[in-house]
Ligand binder design. Structure first.
Ligand SMILES: [Zn+2]
Length: 336
């Protein structure tokens, strides 16, 4: 009696491992969505002075937003440690790589660098980006503690209250405390979901030391147009009521693991809430691939980009005139 049960269990285990390995190897093809790619522009850091806003994408939720006079960056994540390093080695910003990445992108000075929360794939490099560009590090107390641990001086760190507007040139930036995307229990535990970094973070740090520290919806207002950066696919009902934004940079990573009802509520509470006419998916790429390689959707075991994109396209279609744009490459830029 015991033997057949054991054989069945062993067979199930073998099948599960084989299936997982197969899903791990497979990635959706980004080119399937070619028609939504932004028209090709090389990522020059500066928009013509006084002209439109220019936004440049560097994977995950890292965006450079410039009006030609003032430049802001969300996250500023370039080191992109691989999976082995994430799980088994200490993490620290790669100074030389960041210097190279900033130079390649033509970035010499930034007014602010704004991590959307304190997980490593958003906040780990931000203090070094601030150090190299003179930017103010703006974020949660947890993000401030990453900065302090990296030796960033206190005058270069700002922890605004939720809803407090900050002025940078002609930009007004407001961080609203929102929510992180839901995560499977084990990953939530490893990544400090809902937890804070209470002390200056010492480097090298473990993956689990980069605790979430609260996730923000970042509202960026400018005379040339308003933007919402929703870096993680979470929402707080009613949070964005009364806020207007023309363009939403919408974190979609993890949406494929949620129910259809969740996806619909997320879209309603972000893109629809602010009345945006342009949706630009972000946080869809595999952030364990180095910055110098082409951006690719995550493997199917983690996430299904196709489910997420098809949902966004369907939701956008339901409101006439809503445009969906993909920034497909590291350094793809768009004039808004
Ligand atoms: Zn996160």
């Amino acid at each position: 009696m015991v033997k057949p049960i054991l054989i069945t269990l062993a067979a199930a285990l073998v099948l599960a491992v084989a299936w997982s390995a197969d899903q791990w190897r497979q990635r959706p093809d980004l080119n399937h969505y070619r028609e939504y790619f932004a028209p090709h522009r090389d990522g020059a850091a500066a928009a013509p002075p006084g002209a439109q806003l220019e936004v440049t994408y560097f994977g995950t939720s890292t965006l450079l937003i410039s009006d030609g006079e003032t430049a802001l960056m969300t996250d500023g994540f370039f080191t992109r440690p691989d999976l082995g390093t994430l799980l088994f080695a200490g993490l620290a910003p790669d100074r030389q790589l960041i210097t190279r990445a900033l130079r390649q992108a033509g970035i010499t000075s930034l007014a602010a660098v704004i991590p959307v929360h304190s997980h490593h794939d958003h906040a780990m490099d931000a203090p070094e980006v601030a150090r190299q560009t003179g930017a103010l590090l703006v974020g949660s107390e947890s993000t401030a503690n990453i900065g302090r641990g990296w030796g960033l001086p206190e005058h270069q760190i700002r922890v605004p209250r939720s809803g407090e507007p900050l002025r940078f040139g002609r930009f007004t930036v407001t961080l609203l405390v929102s929510k992180h995307a839901p995560m499977p229990r084990l990953i939530a535990r490893i990544s400090g979901h809902g937890k804070s970094i209470e002390q200056p973070l010492q480097h090298p740090a473990a993956l689990g030391d980069y605790k979430e520290g609260g996730s923000f919806a970042v509202v960026i207002e400018h005379p040339e147009g308003n933007l919402l950066v929703q870096g993680s696919a979470g929402y707080v009902p009613g949070l964005l009521q009364g806020i207007q934004a023309d363009t939403v940079f919408l974190g979609i990573g993890g949406l494929s693991k949620q129910s259809a009802a969740y996806r619909e509520a997320y879209y309603r509470e972000t893109v629809a809430a602010v009345g945006a006419s342009r949706v630009i998916p972000i946080h869809w790429d595999d952030f364990t691939l180095p910055y110098s390689t082409p951006l690719q959707p995550m493997n199917l075991l983690i996430n299904d980009f196709t489910v997420e994109m098809d949902f966004i396209l369907g939701a956008a279609e339901s409101v006439a005139g809503t445009q969906v744009i993909i920034l497909p490459r590291w350094g793809s830029s768009l004039l808004l």
